[in-house]
Structure formats: structure tokens, C-alpha cells
Write a protein that binds this ligand. Structure first.
Ligand SMILES: [Zn+2]
Length: 468
């Protein structure tokens, strides 16, 4: 079955065809590890996990690379302000290296809690500075750069198709300089030009030698250098949040294609936001809504995963959260509902014995229907609704490699232990007594069975036995 994906670059749904049959190279912009991940950011990572799982479900051998940004991401995406790592280091009175390792570990833990499969490669920016310098050199040799006292810039006027990822209107706005930035470098030539290498920041703790002076790489060059190192100069899929389209991903394309003269990425995919409405209590001011906060509030992180399955990745997901007085826990009605549905689902899926899709033809038809939604630009809301309609434990399990709801360990079928002969004999005697309407004797026999550690119950198919 064909898989179609919406490509931000062409602004259409396209049939997916990888460069190498059977294999997919996929790069996703990773976290800047200066704080805990917000559940809104995690929605994007969750989408990327669902995409990678869908590709694998379709038989592709996927190499998923996600970077860890541990230097160079400024407080404004447009190079202004200060490196987020340094701000965090000051806030917590640690050095930026400690901050980076601490929040990277917290991020990986959050992925696990949401049953997001760990990417195959998680390269750290600080461990790839050499590759970034090499790429900047290539750009410099080809005449795409200029240097100011602040650092090395990419000259967007030299790149003919700069901004092609953006909608036309955004592109024009950006090129006339509608983007407001504080502390703009007065030597910068065009408003869209961006930093490849920050020099002249003597207070910055993370520093490296470079042909443009001691300094550190810009955020955008990090993703170009690391994605091409692990996936090649042209690769299949690049993902990010929609906020990455106008600046970060646009600049990645400019750098990579100017350096290599090859198309950088074949399919660009972007996830919409989680629109978070929070009711703040005094104590929650400044609190980030994290996975830990969900757990502390009594939620299963997979309830959040389930909730995200119910909105298409290109549609915003509205989420209302009310903090409690303690400023650490809270409630969301949509999560209450998601959690209750998920619990019922685990219960349902553990009862494989009464499956409405017992007939193979009916099962195959239903399976293809769900797969059809999944392969139509990852239409998970329709896929999940269809799974609910069929209500088949076998079908739910079949799609769990994509859904990631962990039926394997959470919805275990109750394996009936074989009862010993003496217990079975007593059950048989009880059946005879019941048929003879000798209920006093039947009840006495039930108690004898109970004394041996078994519980007998009656069903339309006859008596059932289970361990007490
Ligand atoms: Zn990136």
C-alpha cells in the first residue's frame, strides 16, 4: 500500500518514495537541553516517533537521527540575545556542561515514559564542532559568507532560492526585514542573514578555536552538519515543529544546498503546536508543564500519548490545564477522559476470547482500512476511531507497533492455569448438583473448591475456573 506524506516544501501530499528502496534516513530537530521538556515540545517528538513507527510498520529500515543542542541556541531563534545554555547555567549556578548533561538525561527519560522509541543516533552539537567548522569553511570558499566583529554570517542575498520552505508571504516579510530583533549586529548586511559562527563573546564558557576566532557555532549550522554527517548530503525526511519553518529549517536548507549544490532534504514534515491554556496559581507561576508534573498529578504518561493520537499532527491540539494550589500538580479534563478510555482499552484488549473479527476475511478488511488511514499522511485520529469501532483486541494489538500504547505488558491476556484433577472432579460434581437443583450441595462443593485455592464461576458456556 502506498504511503502519502504532506511535504512542507511542495505544500502537497506526495507518495513517499525513499532514495534507496527499503531504507529511510530521517532527521528530526532535537531539544535544546537547557531545561525540562515542556509537554508541548514533546507533542512534536511524539509525532516524529509515530512517523518513524509508521515507516517501520510499512517495512522500511529507518535510521532516525535526532540532535542534542547543547550550545549555540540563542534566546531568540534569530541569533539575538544570549545562548540558552549560559542563561540556564547562571540560573542554576552550574556550568553549561553540567546543565547540558542533566537535561539531556531528563529528556531521554521523558521519551521513555512516553514510549517514544530512542532515536538510533543522538549526536551532541558540542561533539561535532569540527564538522561545523568544515562546513562553514566550504561556504566561505564558495563565497556565501562574510565576517563582522560579531562573527561569521551567511549572506542570504547569494542564495537564489533562499526561503523556499516558507509560504510566499512570510518569505517576503522576512526579506524586507519585518522580523524584529534586539541587539542586531550593525555590520549585518541583510535582515535575513544569520550567524554561522559566533566570535567575540569573551564571557561565553563553551568556546572552540576556529578560522574566525575563538567562539562557538550557530544553531542552524549544527543541524546541517550533523544531519549530513549521519545521513548523507541528500536524505529522505527532515522533521521539526512548525515554528522551525521560517528561520531554523530555512537556514539549514540555505547552508546545506549552498555548500553541496545538491538538494538537502526530499520530504520536510512539520508538527503543529499544542495550544496550552493554563490557569496559573501563584505558586505555579513560571512552572513548566512537564511529564513529571503529569505523573505527580496521577496521570499515566501514556494517557498523554493517547490524547495526542486523537489530533492530526498538522492540526493544533487544544489543551487546558489547571494548576492546583501546590503549584506542582494539576488537572486536565481531556487527560481524565484519555486516561479512562485507555484503562478501558487495556481491559478490552486483555480479553482476546470474544473478538468480533474472528472471521479472517473480515479481519483483513478491517486491518487494511486502519492501515489506509495510517498511510494517508498519518491520519491517526481516523485510524484510532476505526479501531474503536471494530473493538477487536487482535486488531488493536496488530497496530500497537505504531500506536505505542504498550498492550504487550499492560493488557496481558489472562492465561488460565490448568486446574488439578481433584479440583476438576469437584467442579464436575457441582455441575451435577446444579443440574439436579441441589443448590445447597452445589454451594458446599463451591466452598470445597475455594478451600483448594480455586474460584468457580458460571458463564453461559459453563463453569469457569480461576486461581483465587
Ligand atoms: Zn535543527
Amino acid at each position: 500500500m502506498d504511503l502519502t506524506l504532506y511535504n512542507t516544501l511542495t505544500k502537497t501530499k506526495e507518495t513517499f518514495e525513499p532514495m534507496t528502496p527499503g531504507r529511510v534516513g530521517m532527521y528530526t530537530c532535537g531539544p535544546t537541553v537547557y531545561n525540562y521538556a515542556h509537554i508541548g515540545n514533546l507533542r512534536t517528538f511524539l509525532f516524529e516517533d509515530l512517523l518513524a513507527r509508521t515507516l517501520r510498520f510499512n517495512g522500511y529500515d529507518v535510521t532516525h537521527v535526532m540532535n542534542i543542542t547543547d550550545v549555540g541556541h540563542m534566546t531568540s531563534d534569530a541569533d539575538a540575545g544570549e545562548d540558552k545554555m549560559e542563561t540556564a547555567a547562571r540560573r542554576e549556578n552550574k556550568d553549561p556542561w553540567q546543565i547540558a548533561r542533566f537535561y539531556e538525561a531528563a529528556f531521554v527519560r521523558d521519551l521513555e515514559r512516553l514510549n517514544i522509541r530512542r532515536p538510533d543516533v543522538l549526536p551532541r552539537a558540542t561533539e561535532h564542532v569540527e564538522e561545523m567548522i568544515a562546513l562553514n569553511r566550504q561556504l566561505e570558499e564558495k563565497g556565501f559568507t562574510y565576517q563582522t566583529r560579531e562573527g561569521l554570517y551567511f549572506d542570504t542575498s547569494k542564495d537564489d532560492d533562499y526561503g523556499k520552505l516558507m509560504p510566499r508571504l512570510d518569505r517576503d516579510n522576512q526579506l524586507v526585514g519585518a522580523r524584529e530583533a534586539v541587539n542586531v549586529d550593525p555590520e549585518k548586511r541583510h535582515p535575513g542573514d544569520f550567524v554561522l559562527w559566533f566570535g567575540n563573546k569573551p564571557g561565553h564558557i563553551m568556546q572552540w578555536e576556529s578560522p574566525w576566532g575563538v567562539g562557538y557555532p550557530g544553531w542552524h549550522i549544527e543541524c546541517s552538519a550533523m544531519s549530513m554527517k549521519y545521513l548523507g548530503e541528500t536524505f529522505d525526511i527532515h522533521c521539526g515543529g512548525i515554528d522551525h519553518i521560517p528561520v531554523h529549517n530555512t537556514n539549514e536548507i540555505a547552508q546545506s544546498e549552498s555548500a553541496t549544490d545538491k538538494p538537502f532534504v526530499r520530504y520536510w514534515m512539520h508538527a503543529a503546536f499544542l495550544n496550552l491554556g493554563t490557569k496559573k496559581m501563584a505558586k505555579s507561576a513560571g512552572s513548566i508543564l512537564t511529564v513529571q508534573a503529569l505523573i505527580d498529578s496521577g496521570y499515566d504518561p501514556l494517557a498523554y500519548r493517547y490524547l495526542c493520537l486523537q489530533a492530526h499532527y498538522r492540526s493544533p491540539l487544544e489543551f487546558r490545564w489547571t494548576w492546583n494550589e501546590d503549584g506542582k500538580t494539576g488537572r486536565a479534563q481531556s487527560l481524565d477522559t484519555a486516561q479512562a478510555t485507555l484503562q478501558r482499552l487495556y481491559e478490552r484488549v486483555s480479553h482476546a476470547e470474544d473478538d468480533p473479527l474472528a472471521n479472517e476475511t473480515a479481519y483483513t478488511q478491517a486491518y487494511n482500512e486502519v492501515l489506509g488511514y495510517l498511510n494517508d499522511d498519518i491520519a491517526l485520529p481516523q485510524a484510532v476511531a476505526t479501531l474503536h469501532t471494530y473493538n477487536s483486541p487482535r486488531l488493536w494489538r496488530a497496530f500497537d507497533p505504531v500506536l505505542g500504547l504498550d498492550f504487550e505488558s499492560r493488557a496481558k491476556p489472562r492465561v488460565e492455569e490448568a486446574a488439578p484433577e481433584d479440583v476438576l472432579a469437584l467442579v464436575e460434581q457441582r455441575e451435577q448438583a446444579r443440574k439436579a437443583k441441589d443448590f445447597a450441595r452445589a454451594d458446599a462443593l463451591r466452598k470445597e473448591v475455594a478451600a483448594l485455592g480455586w474460584e468457580v464461576a458460571d458463564s453461559p458456556q459453563g463453569p469457569t475456573l480461576k486461581r483465587r
